[in-house]
Design a protein around this ligand. Structure first.
Ligand SMILES: NC(=O)C1=CN([C@@H]2O[C@H](COP(=O)(O)OP(=O)(O)OC[C@H]3O[C@@H](n4cnc5c(N)ncnc54)[C@H](OP(=O)(O)O)[C@@H]3O)[C@@H](O)[C@H]2O)C=CC1
Ligand SMILES: O=C1O[C@H](COP(=O)(O)O)[C@@H](O)[C@H](O)[C@H]1O
Length: 489
């Protein structure tokens, strides 16, 4: 029996035949079943508009499970148990009359988790009709990102949801918060006093946050071209990472204590005004290049593309946080599609010692960095200076790592996918790893001023070849401050 107490629920997945549901959500639910974290009476309702008869829909879900679950984790008995929980229903989520059949399949008296794996434009209608069907009181609603396109549209969606659900029933997903290594940021910072005493402008010179992807648009051009990398990645994942690095210690681990501290960081982000925008922010778009050893098309030549789009697939920027802890410490953020390597990492660069006593020619070697690898090769490495070994060596310095690789150190533990953790947290009614409305709105407000600035100054898009580390201008962004992106080669 698992140590976690699991209660029976009805899990209703809206958009069950969409990309996210098939690629991520069903596999995550299967993994929870495999780990005995779904109660025997838990039922899964797969809700979709198209997809044929229920047995055809079921076949598509089974096919996806067989495709996305690693073969050594696919257990036939678990798969059959999982499929037996499943009921496929066809509905148009905008039609109130379609909810009667849903209501018949929801167990009375059990929590209903309604997961919206649909475009955000449909969230309001789903909420209205869940309430109309008398299902609101027992429901927790899970909202995928991005919520809206800007602050104004996100307010409209959040208002529509709030008409029927209290904030305590709303779980806004940012799947980065479900990654084990991201949760580890809280443990690293607040369970090790050694870091907290150094975690400020007296000791840290700057911080880098990189989320580089090797994938391109993967058939999502229609969605992505409306969004772009700023809305798709910076507004949510990268600003959340920045908050977890920059926030003050919360007084406890409750959802609101953590969220209050994150909101303070978002409110303290310095605006980037149009006069400094082109120095502080770089927008890029990939052109044809080589990825994984093969030629790949540019963004404008992708399937279903529009050849004149100026949507960005890359953003690099310098953010400054106006408070006592971080004054004068730039946070350099960058993220892009079709980059040289899949890599999500945070690098904390510590300042040089206040007084230097070693040979002058070794001075440039001095560097203490804390490197937090979020994916792949999850782990933490602290680079420290030591003396070179040997009788023939004087006080020659060299930099070496104190290293913790999670999969090597904790050999037995499988690293769960972010969605497994997040689904489990919703099932337990725990909002810690979900984003509160004000966080979403402050993040939009900050991103909106960048978009407005781009419109005002007509900031041009910089091309970069697929398979590179981004536009040359993103290197200039950091070298202008006498620094470089860590680890690029
Ligand atoms: N895919 C991903 O990797 C990620 C997705 N997200 C978010 O998750 C959500 C889903 O994304 P994704 O799976 O990619 O999108 P898809 O377009 O692949 O899936 C959305 C599904 O919703 C269905 N749908 C839309 N409107 C209705 C309606 N009125 N009635 C019934 N069904 C409807 C669509 O059905 P139909 O095909 O019939 O229109 C489709 O199956 C979005 O909010 C997205 O931003 C977030 C992070 C990553
Ligand atoms: O939310 C999104 O995230 C993925 C990247 O997630 P990861 O877990 O693979 O790092 C990104 O590709 C997608 O465009 C975006 O919508």
């Amino acid at each position: 029996m698992p140590a976690i107490n699991v209660e029976p629920i009805t899990f209703a997945l809206f958009g069950a035949l969409g990309d996210l549901a098939l690629r991520k959500l069903f596999p995550a639910l299967y993994q929870l079943d495999r780990a005995a974290l779904l109660h025997a009476d838990t039922r899964l309702l797969a809700l979709s508009r198209e997809g044929g008869e229920p047995d055809e829909q079921m076949a598509r879900i089974e096919q996806a499970l067989r495709r996305y679950i690693p073969p050594h984790e696919l257990d036939d008995a678990v798969l059959q148990r999982f499929l037996a929980r499943l009921c496929c229903l066809r509905m148009d989520f905008r039609r109130g009359e379609d909810y009667a059949v849903l209501a018949q399949n929801v167990s009375a008296g059990l929590p209903l988790i309604a997961y919206f794996a649909t475009p955000a434009a449909v969230y309001g209608a789903i909420c209205e009709h869940l309430a109309g069907a008398g299902l609101a009181a027992q429901a927790r609603v899970v909202l995928e990102k991005p919520i809206g396109h800007d602050l104004a549209s996100s307010r409209v969606i959040n208002d529509a949801v709030a008409q029927y659900f209290a904030e305590s029933q709303i779980y806004r997903i940012d799947h980065y918060l479900g990654k084990e290594t991201v949760q580890n940021l809280i443990a690293l910072r607040f369970a090790n006093s050694l870091f907290e005493t150094q975690w400020n402008q007296h000791h840290i010179s700057h911080v880098e946050i990189t989320v580089a992807e090797t994938v391109g648009i993967e058939g999502r051009w229609g969605y992505f071209d409306q969004a772009g990398q700023l809305r798709d990645m910076i507004q949510n994942h990268l600003l959340q990472l920045l908050c977890l690095i920059a926030m003050d210690p919360p007084s406890n681990l409750t959802a609101d204590s953590i969220r209050d501290e994150k909101v303070k960081v978002l409110k303290a982000l310095a605006p980037i005004t149009p006069d400094i925008l082109s120095q502080r922010v770089v927008r890029g778009q990939y052109s044809a290049g080589i990825a994984g050893g093969k030629p790949v098309p540019g963004y404008l030549e992708e399937e279903n593309s529009n050849a004149t789009s100026s949507t960005e697939t890359f953003v690099a920027l310098r953010a400054d946080i106006c408070n006592w802890r971080w004054s004068g410490v730039p946070f350099y953020l960058r993220t892009g599609k079709r980059m040289a390597q899949k890599l999500s990492q945070i690098v904390i660069h510590f300042k040089e010692p206040p007084f230097y006593i070693f040979a002058p020619e070794q001075r440039s070697l001095i560097s203490n960095r804390l490197i937090i690898r979020l994916q792949p090769d999850e782990g933490i490495s602290l680079q420290v200076m030591t003396k070179e070994q040997g009788l023939d060596k004087g006080m020659h310095l060299r930099s070496g790592p104190l290293q913790l690789n999670f999969s090597e150190t904790y050999k037995s533990a499988r690293i769960p996918d972010a969605y497994e953790r997040l689904l489990l947290e919703v099932m337990q009614g725990n909002q810690n790893l979900f984003v509160r409305r004000d966080e979403v709105e402050y993040a939009w407000q900050w991103c909106d001023q960048l978009v407005d600035g781009w419109t005002r100054i007509g900031d041009s898009l910089k091309l970069y070849p697929a398979g590179s580390w981004g536009p040359v201008a993103s290197i200039a962004l950091i070298t202008r401050d006498g620094r470089s992106w860590y680890g690029d080669f």
